[in-house]
Design a protein around this ligand. Structure first.
Ligand SMILES: NC(=O)c1ccc[n+]([C@@H]2O[C@H](COP(=O)([O-])OP(=O)(O)OC[C@H]3O[C@@H](n4cnc5c(N)ncnc54)[C@H](OP(=O)(O)O)[C@@H]3O)[C@@H](O)[C@H]2O)c1
Length: 250
């Protein structure tokens, strides 16, 4: 498959490495320009391009940039043929993205993204930490394989992206349409809690927009009190604040 990726941060870089290794043709861009992506291109065989070029001659474009910057991509996305599936990995963090009133008032994050880029998206790879993506993917059928949620309104596009998620080493749980994608937002029981498919289905049911927003705001300040931030402790914290050890018998 031909895949474009915009964003060479934690998640974008991880996806470039995974998809090139799986044999896909990858074009990758960031905000600073292709000359800043030469090392990653040399390492992986991906082609470093401008953001405008990342969406040309591809089947899928994955955007992996801060949510607050997504509206900047509208001119790029306006030029992309309609058959290209756009994937959104972004999450809303007010400390980084600024206060966004519509999301604060309950608009699902990916619905806000769709409105601001003018195209439907599939939301995927937003609800796993970078260390999970880099270190915990395993082949299909491995007992205890971690599952991640995927949301979107096109069953066909969701199927296509689910196949790619499988290649990154994770099971997939359909989290429903974009209108329901608040169930996989930061602070929700499904967010970065490293669950199996069956556990993740139950976690999505446990989502509660008001409580999840509070949990999102509490988790990072608690982790900031630690002497060092260890990924597994963060997963433990996110599970604990949603009471998953008891509710899911973890
Ligand atoms: N970190 C995680 O564990 C994690 C997990 C799941 C989802 N996410 C979400 O996924 C998204 C990316 O996260 P990250 O941690 O990978 O971010 P990051 O490390 O901060 O990297 C962000 C990337 O976005 C690029 N960028 C920003 N604005 C752009 C624009 N207008 N046009 C083109 N590129 C632009 C940046 O370009 P430059 O390199 O040129 O600055 C950078 O490469 C965020 O929304 C985040 O919330 C993160």
């Amino acid at each position: 498959m031909k895949i474009g990726i915009i964003g060479t941060g934690n998640i974008g870089t991880g996806l470039v490495r995974t998809f090139t290794k799986a044999g896909h043709t990858v074009r990758v861009a960031n905000s600073r320009g292709p000359e800043t992506i030469q090392d990653l291109a040399a390492e992986t065989g991906a082609t470093a391009v401008t953001a405008a070029e990342a969406g040309q001659d591809v089947d899928v474009l994955i955007t992996s940039i801060p949510l607050g910057k997504m509206p900047d991509l509208k001119p790029v996305i306006d030029q992309i043929p309609g058959h290209v599936v756009i994937v959104d990995t972004s999450n809303y963090y007010p400390f980084r993205d600024g206060q966004i009133e519509a999301i604060e008032n309950g608009q699902p994050e990916s619905a806000w993204v769709e409105e601001h880029i003018g195209r439907p998206v599939i939301r995927a790879w937003n609800a796993l930490g970078v260390a999970t993506l880099q270190n915990k993917g395993v082949p299909e059928g491995t007992p205890g394989r971690i599952a991640i949620p995927v949301s979107g309104d096109s069953p066909e596009a969701k199927r296509l992206i689910s196949g790619l998620i499988d290649q990154t080493g994770f099971d997939v749980v359909d989290a429903g349409p974009i209108a329901e994608s608040w169930r996989m937002q930061p602070g929700s029981p499904a967010y970065c809690t490293e669950l199996t498919s069956e556990q993740l289905k139950k976690a999505l049911e446990l989502a509660d927009p008001e409580k999840d927003e509070l949990r999102r705001e509490l988790a990072l300040p608690i982790a900031a009190t630690w002497n060092d931030m260890h990924h597994d402790d963060m997963v433990g914290l996110l599970r604990a604040i949603a009471q998953l050890p008891r509710l899911l018998d973890l």
